[in-house]
Design a protein around this ligand. Structure first.
Ligand code: MN
Length: 284
């Protein structure tokens, strides 16, 4: 099932080239109490609500996807990133001696994970707004996942049970010597979408083809089988340090082929089993 948020806070299921409006489900969510936070209320409740979602789907009103504005469909407590998590990207980074990579290239098992500010998240249609135009901003295509239930010190063997679904992520990055979390937390530098494909539809997140083009030129083409730490290992590692809450996002790392983007560029990205996104790049 492809879950989405569309128009003004509508909850939808994408079916072919239409979106079915299942917003009545939102009435079932517990009222937010101040100060709130802690988890995404929809993803926390979704396992219990799934039978109702399925029961109303046939009669849910539909509209053409082309007439819907897709929005960010999740409110995480954190967005987790995975540095240098493809073998070929590690080689590429190592060869690039003039960049910050040379002194930062430590194995992911040693360096651990990083966090991106939640405020950097956007839906693909919102586009990327470049800052620090005198510096290089790179695209990083990544398989992204959403946590579906509270995960505290979960083993890799059980980890996939904690995934609600998958989406396409762009972990945009200003290159430089500052901390990763600083350079990757610029507003709009975490693109997530176009929807969330529920985990039951992705048989093996460790075998998905992906591709990213800029203005039609292929920059990144890879398969998630080349991840150093796969989805189960990333969940194990992350949850050994902090509890993962429903709605939390993990961006699993980028393969080789990262490169600069400029104002006016159009990024197109696809991941098999999920779909594709088109993202415009502009000045902030
Ligand atoms: Mn990345």
């Amino acid at each position: 099932m492809k879950l989405c948020c569309f128009d003004e806070g509508r909850l939808g299921v994408v079916i072919g080239d239409e979106v079915a409006d299942i917003s009545e489900i939102l009435a079932e969510l517990p009222a937010p109490a101040w100060p709130g936070g802690g988890e995404d209320r929809l993803f926390a409740a979704l396992p219990a609500l799934m039978p109702k979602v399925e029961s109303i789907l046939d009669r849910a009103p539909r509209k053409p996807l082309s007439q819907a504005t897709l929005r960010l469909a999740v409110a995480p407590t954190k967005v987790i990133g995975a540095p240098v998590n493809y073998r070929d990207h590690a080689a590429e980074a190592e060869a690039d001696k003039e960049t910050f990579f040379a002194h930062q290239l430590i194995r992911i098992q040693e360096i651990g994970l990083f966090l991106k500010a939640n405020s950097s998240l956007v839906a693909p249609a919102q586009g990327i707004a470049l800052r620090h135009s005198d510096r290089r901003t790179d695209h990083e295509l990544e398989l992204a996942l959403v946590i579906g239930k509270t995960a505290d010190r979960v083993s890799r063997d059980d980890a996939l049970d904690y995934v609600a679904g998958y989406a396409i992520g762009l972990d945009m990055t200003v290159r430089g010597k500052e901390e990763r979390s600083f350079r990757k937390s610029i507003d709009t530098y975490s693109v997530f979408g176009p929807w969330i494909v529920t985990a039951d539809e992705i048989e093996d997140p460790g075998n998905l083809d992906m591709e990213l083009t800029v203005n039609g030129e292929v920059r990144q083409s890879a398969n998630t089988r080349d991840l150093v730490l796969g989805v189960p290992e990333l969940i194990e590692m992350a949850s050994s340090y902090y509890t993962l809450h429903p709605g939390d996002i993990i961006m699993t790392g980028t393969p080789a082929g990262v490169g600069p983007v400029a104002e006016g560029d159009t990024i197109h990205a696809r991941i098999d089993g999920i779909g594709s996104i088109t993202v415009k790049v502009r000045a902030a």
